[in-house]
Each structure stands twice: as C-alpha cells, then as structure tokens.
Ligand binder design. Structure first.
Ligand code: ADP
Length: 492
C-alpha cells in the first residue's frame, strides 16, 4: 500500500502518522523529549535531542510498516529560536514559545505605534512567545551570543539543515516569527531594523510545498531520493488535518495549551485582541488566538497531591467527579491563568484564581470549576475571532481533550457551538501528510470528511442562559482583579 508520513515536531514530543492516499491514518509513533527551566520564565529545549527523536520516530514508523513511504511532510511547533553557527551547530539551547523572559520588552513594544505597525504587517501578536521579542531580549542581555550567531532559526530549520545543508524556512513558520511581511512574503524591514539584524542572518523563505533538490544527509534508513515536503506550522496544519481549511471553517484545539483557528482568504487582524494571521499556503491564512492554559491546567490540578503524571485512571476519576456536579459549580468560578495568559487578554502577569468559595463547596466543585474555567477562556478567544468573521456555527476539534466526552460536551455547552471530532490521531501530522500529497500531485484536492465518520456534540439549550451569566462574571472578574494580580506578580 502506498502511503505518506506526516511528522509533527511538537513541544513535548515528535509524532509520526502514516496516512494512505485516501487520507486515512493507519500507523502512529511518538517520541517524548524534555524541557529545561533554568530560571523562572525560561523554557528551553535541546535541539539535538529533538533531532535524534525525529530520526528515531521516523525510522521506527517505517520499520513497523515494512516498506518505504512515497513522501514525507513536516509540521513543527511555532515561535522557537535557535542560535547557530555556519555549520548549523546550536550555540545555546533552543528558546521555545513558552519562554517568557522577554515579557517586559513585549509589553513596552505592544503599547507603541511601532509595535502596532509590526503586528499589522506580520500578523504575529507582540508577545514574549514571538522570535522578534526573543531577539530584542538577546540583543540587550546576551550580546556576545547575539553577535556570534550566523543564523537565527527555528526547530524545523535546524532539522532541515541536518537533512539538506541549506538554511530555508517555510512561509508558515516564517509568518509566526513577527519578522515576516504577510503581503510581500519577505522579511519585514522595520521588524529587522528593530531587532538589529540583516535578512542574511535569517533563512531564505520558501513556499510550504517546497522540496529540496540537494542530496539528503543523515537518513540512511530512507531511500535517498524520497521527496520531503517542508510543510507548515503545527497550528495551520491542525486545521488542514481536521479538514477545516476552507474560508470560515474553524478548529478548536486543547492540548497542553489551546487555540481557536479559522481559515480565511486574507489576514484577519484585530488590534484589540491581537489575534494572529499565519500562512498555510498561498491561498489560505489561518487566523485566531492561542491560550496558554489548556490541558496543562488539568495536569497541574491532578498533580497537586501526587507528583506522578496522571494516567487514564486519574483522568476517569476526575471526569466522574465533574459529572456529579451541577453546571456552574454552584457559583464557584476559576480563572485559569496559571502561566499568565495570551489571547485575548495578553497578560503575562495574570494568575490563576478560584472565586466565590463557600463552605458548601467540595473538592468536586473545584474540579468542575477548573474545567469550566478552561472552557470560558476558549469562549473568550472564540468571541475575539468572531469579531472579524461571520458567526461560526460548527467547530472541528483536536488535541488530547477529545479523549473525554464530558469535557467536549462542556465546551459545546459553554460556547453554544456544535463541535465535531473528525479524527483522534495527531491532526498536525495528518495535515503535513495531506500537504505533501497535494504538493506532489498524488491527490488533486484535499481529502474531505465523510459524513458517517463524524462524531458530533450539540450544545444543550437548557444550560445556555446559566453558562452565559457565568461567563459574564468570568470576564468581569479578570477586569476587577487585573491590578491586584499585577501586584501579586511582583510579590512572587
Ligand atoms: P500536546 O499539546 O503537548 O501535544 P496533547 O494534545 O497530547 O498535548 O494533550 C495533552 C492534554 O490532554 C493533557 O494535558 C490533558 O489535559 C489531556 N488529556 C490527556 N489524557 C486525557 C484523558 N484520558 N482524558 C481527557 N483529557 C486527557
């Protein structure tokens, strides 16, 4: 059987998914890696460890299937920054999207006209996650490394250099650096001037269907003329993998973090909520907003009494508790900003808060309020995204949370939207495989959802008013507590 492998180089792991030419996934593999946090706000990874995991994951997948794929497509996490020499060797650890060290720089830039103009031109929110803010931080705080760097690249460029000894970056990954002009598809001069770098210190931007003609290196287990399609970012490819790439189609993902994304023919800037506009391919932008505190919030709650990572048993017990508790958690509310928050409040100094606690509240009320808080945060982003579009009726969903029917139904009830599960394998890896198939003309149109394969969750109308009232209080709570949260941040 002919097949393509999509590989998604994520934050916590690399995932490979084998997909046949009808678009069905039939084999998956995953390799986990670590992160380091040497100081508060720092979030770093070892690029070499990720490269080794990438090789292993791909090799094992092909070995399990027993014959070579027709092609490989790549997806990668956004916003990473690695400083390399001219042989592609890392000069320090990779700084990930979750790194917050440039928060103060981002805050200042965000409130300036210069920052606003760069946001409008690049489509990337002004935030510590963006490579632009990371470069500004390095220029001010680590001049020696900054000056000695040959190129500033992302994890996908690092891996691509290992494969083909060339520094190129796909338009999609470039479009989430805060340095790339969405209109001209070249590096944005004002952003580079601000960062203090020439275009030669970045890779050459290429379309997302790019395939190198150079000799493949370091992959002896692969047939040496195999086409590898550079692909796009994980966020954009999650839409494609969920088959939601037509204008107006949208996806909500809750994994470790979360996001709401809608496909569009043009960028959809919203300066108030600083939504993003990233490139999927020459005809499609994926626009939306990210939250920091998705599944990580639940992970935190389940490890407050026990350091071990929760397994299926712990998750089952948690969702059982949630189900035994009334919607609205008897007036207990939770703001999930445990790691600060991105869209729509963009406040690195916000914090998690339980509010309205009474003697009658049991542990299960806290559990339910916690899950409701994550869903309110997703609704908050959804409303910011809907400012620029037709109201969204149906939303495709992806990420680890789809394993729980209770959680998915709660998100449907709180957002008031119909939610649809297309598939449970990694949507970004599947999207990378689809993009590779189309680039190589193995298919002429992307696979479509077969109606019988959909699992649909409809919102319960009986809960609508109750949740709308609670959501209004959720929003007001942040506004009322914002200043105090900032004072508390300084106490930390
Ligand atoms: P990543 O974004 O790191 O790829 P995933 O998409 O794998 O993350 O999602 C991980 C999240 O999924 C966890 O943080 C957890 O909240 C949630 N999760 C994991 N297992 C379950 C489960 N059995 N039921 C519900 N949610 C789960």
């Amino acid at each position: 059987m002919e097949y393509i492998v999509g590989v998604d180089i994520g934050t916590g792991s690399v995932k490979a998914v084998a997909v046949d030419l009808s678009g069905k996934s039939f084999e998956t593999n995953q390799q986990h890696y670590s992160f380091q946090s040497p100081k508060p706000d720092y979030h770093e990874q070892d690029a070499e460890e990720i490269w080794l995991s990438f090789q292993k994951c791909l090799q094992e997948t092909i070995h399990k299937i027993g014959h070579q794929p027709k092609a490989i497509g790549l997806s990668a996490a956004m916003h990473s920054l690695i400083l390399v020499d001219d042989d592609g060797n890392a000069l320090s650890r990779m700084i990930t999207w979750a790194d917050n060290r440039s928060a103060a720089i981002a805050k200042k830039l965000k409130n300036s006209n210069e920052g606003l103009a760069i946001y409008q031109a690049t489509g990337t929110p002004i935030h510590a996650m963006s490579p632009l803010c990371k470069l500004l931080w390095l220029k001010e705080n680590d001049q020696e490394n900054f000056n000695n760097t040959h190129k500033f690249i992302s994890i996908k460029e690092y891996i691509w250099f290992k494969l083909y000894a060339e520094f190129v970056v796909d338009y999609s990954i470039a479009s989430c650096t805060g340095l790339f002009d969405l209109e001209t598809l070249t590096w944005n001069a004002p952003a580079l001037a601000l960062a203090g770098i020439e275009p030669s210190r970045l890779s050459e931007p290429v379309p997302t269907d790019y395939c190198s003609h150079k000799a493949l290196r370091n992959m002896t287990f692969l047939k040496q003329d195999i086409p590898i399609i550079i692909g796009a970012s994980d966020g954009c490819l999650a839409n494609l993998g969920c088959m939601a790439y037509q204008p107006g189609q949208s996806v909500m993902t809750i994994g470790t973090s979360g996001a709401v994304r809608i496909a569009s023919k043009k960028p959809l800037p919203n300066a108030a909520a600083m939504t993003f506009s990233y490139i999927l391919d020459k005809d499609t932008y994926i626009c939306g907003g990210p939250i920091n505190n998705g599944g990580i919030t639940l992970q935190w709650w389940l490890t407050t009494h026990d350091d071990d990572n929760p397994g299926d048993q712990e998750f089952d017990a948690f969702f059982e508790q949630v189900q035994q508790t009334p919607a609205g958690s008897n007036g207990l509310l939770f703001l999930p900003y445990l790691t600060g928050e991105r869209a729509p409040i963009w406040d690195s100094e916000s914090c998690g808060t339980f509010f309205g606690v009474r003697l009658s509240h049991k542990n299960r009320h806290f559990s339910r309020a916690l899950l409701e808080g994550i869903c309110y945060a997703m609704k908050d982003v959804l409303e910011a995204v809907e400012v620029n579009t037709e109201p969204i009726k149906q939303i495709y969903i992806s990420g680890g949370f789809v394993k729980s029917e209770v959680w998915v139904q709660m998100l449907a009830d709180i957002t008031g939207k119909e939610l649809v599960i297309v598939q449970t394998d990694d949507a970004s890896a599947i999207g990378a495989a689809f993009l590779a198939m189309k680039s190589l003309n193995l298919i002429h149109v992307y696979p479509k959802v077969a109606a019988g394969e959909l699992e649909i969750f409809k919102p319960n109308p009986a809960l609508r008013d109750h949740y709308l009232k609670n959501f209004a209080v959720f929003r007001k709570l942040y506004i009322d507590l914002k200043e105090t949260m900032h004072e508390v941040y300084l106490l930390n």
